[in-house]
Design a protein around this ligand. Structure first.
Ligand code: ADP
Ligand code: CIR
Length: 344
C-alpha cells in the first residue's frame, strides 16, 4: 500500500507528531509484522485524532520491536524508561503503605484500580481477527466464571444486553463506553459489539472487561477511600486468573498492551476525589499532580470533564515501576492534594 508522511498541523501536541520524522516514516512504512500489522495502522489513531496525547497503538508484541524507532522514544518520554531498562514487578499488598483515615474518607468518593492484560500468543486488539476475539471471550469468560468466593460472578456479553442496562452500567462507572474515536481509528472497535462484555461479582467490586482496548481489563473498585483493600483484592484476583490464562509478558516491557502508556504494570490506580477549591487553581493542582507523577481526568473516564469539583486522580507511570509503586504514587499524591485543598 502506498501512503505518505502525514501532514500534522503545527499545533499538534501528540508524541506521534513529536517523534514521527520523515526518516523514521520512510524506514518503517513498508514493514509488516507476522500478523500483518503496519505502520499505517499503528499511527492511524493519532493521524485521525490530532488532539491525541500519544497517537499510536501496537497490533502485537512484534510491533514494539519492528516499529521501535517510533515506539521507543514515545515509551522513553511517557514512562521515563530507556531501551536498556528492565521492568520490575511487585504486586504484594504487604509492601504498600496506604492506610485509610477519616480525612481521606471525607474527600475520596470512590477508589478503582485496574490492570490491562492480553492473552499470550495472540495479536493485540488492533490486529486481532474475529475468530481470535471470540476465542479470547470464550476462554476468559469460562475462566472467570470458575472463580469462587468474593471473586465469583457472571459474564454479561454486550451483544444481547439491553440499552437500558448498558447505559446504567456506564453511568455507574462500571462499563466502558461505545464509539471511542481513538479506539475506532486504531481498529479496536471492529465487529462491535461481538466478543465484548463485562464480568462482575454481585457487589460489583471485582469486574473484568473483555475485548475493549485490551483483551482483559481486571478491575477492583469500591465506594470510599480504602486503597489498601482495593489493591489487596486486585492482587488476589490477578493471581487467581493467572492460574488459568497465560498473559503476554516481556522481560523488557512487562505486560504488553495495545497502548504504550499501559506497558509494564498496565495499572491505573485512581480515586474520584472532591477538590473543588484546587479546581479553581489549576496551576497549583497540576504542579502537585506532576510532582507526584499523577494524571488528572474527568469523572467519566479519559477525555471527559470534571463535575461538581470531583476529579479522577491516578498514577501516570506504569512501566519501570512496580504495581506497589504505582499505587504508592497515587496514595502519596492524594495525601498532598488533600493537604493543599485544606489550606485553601
Ligand atoms: P481506564 O481506567 O481503563 O483507563 P477510563 O479512564 O475510561 O478507563 O475509566 C473507565 C471508567 O472507570 C469510567 O467510567 C470512569 O469514570 C471509571 N472510574 C475510574 N476511576 C474511578 C474511581 N476511582 N471510582 C469510580 N469510577 C472510576
Ligand atoms: C491518545 O493518544 O490520546 C489516546 N490514544 C489515549 C492515550 C493513552 N491515555 C493516556 O495516556 N491518558
Amino acid at each position: 500500500m502506498h501512503y505518505q508522511f502525514p501532514a500534522f498541523e503545527k499545533t499538534c501536541q501528540s508524541l506521534l507528531c513529536k517523534y514521527l520524522t520523515p526518516e523514521i516514516f520512510e524506514a518503517l512504512k513498508e514493514k509488516k509484522t507476522s500478523h500483518g500489522y503496519t505502520l499505517h495502522q499503528a499511527i492511524n489513531s493519532g493521524v485521525q485524532n490530532p488532539d491525541s496525547s500519544i497517537g499510536v497503538y501496537a497490533g502485537d508484541a512484534e510491533s514494539y520491536a519492528l516499529f521501535a524507532p517510533l515506539f521507543d522514544p514515545i515509551i522513553q518520554e511517557y514512562h521515563g524508561f530507556g531501551v536498556d531498562d528492565i521492568h520490575q514487578s511487585n504486586f504484594n499488598p504487604n509492601d504498600l503503605h496506604a492506610p485509610s483515615s477519616s480525612t481521606m474518607e471525607e474527600y475520596i468518593v470512590s477508589t478503582r484500580i485496574r490492570v490491562g492484560r492480553n492473552v499470550d500468543n495472540l495479536p493485540l486488539g488492533p490486529a486481532i481477527n474475529q475468530a481470535q476475539r471470540h476465542e479470547v471471550e470464550m476462554n476468559v469468560s469460562r475462566a472467570l466464571e470458575a472463580l469462587e468466593g468474593e471473586l465469583g460472578g457472571t459474564y454479561f456479553p454486550l451483544q444481547g444486553m439491553s440499552e437500558t442496562d448498558r447505559n446504567q452500567l456506564i453511568a455507574d462507572h462500571f462499563l466502558f463506553k461505545a464509539g471511542d474515536r481513538f479506539l475506532e481509528a486504531a481498529g479496536l472497535n471492529r465487529d462491535w459489539p461481538q466478543g465484548r462484555g463485562i464480568f462482575h461479582n454481585n457487589a460489583k467490586t471485582f469486574l473484568v472487561w473483555i475485548n475493549e482496548e485490551d483483551q482483559l481489563r481486571i478491575i477492583s473498585m469500591q465506594q470510599g477511600g480504602d486503597i489498601q483493600a482495593v489493591f489487596t483484592r486486585l492482587s488476589h484476583a490477578v493471581r487467581e486468573i493467572e492460574k488459568s490464562v497465560g498473559f503476554s509478558y516481556s522481560e523488557h516491557l512487562g505486560y504488553l498492551t495495545s497502548c504504550p502508556t499501559n506497558l509494564g504494570t498496565a495499572m491505573r490506580a485512581s480515586v474520584h476525589i472532591k477538590l473543588p477549591k484546587l479546581g479553581h487553581d489549576m496551576k497549583r493542582f497540576e504542579a502537585i499532580a506532576s510532582q507526584h507523577h499523577l494524571q488528572i481526568r474527568g469523572i467519566h473516564g479519559e477525555h471527559s470533564e470534571s463535575e461538581g469539583g470531583i476529579y479522577d486522580i491516578s498514577n501516570r507511570r506504569r512501566l519501570g515501576v512496580s504495581e506497589v509503586q504505582c499505587v504508592q504514587d497515587m496514595y502519596d499524591g492524594v495525601v498532598a492534594l488533600i493537604a493543599a485543598e485544606q489550606s485553601l
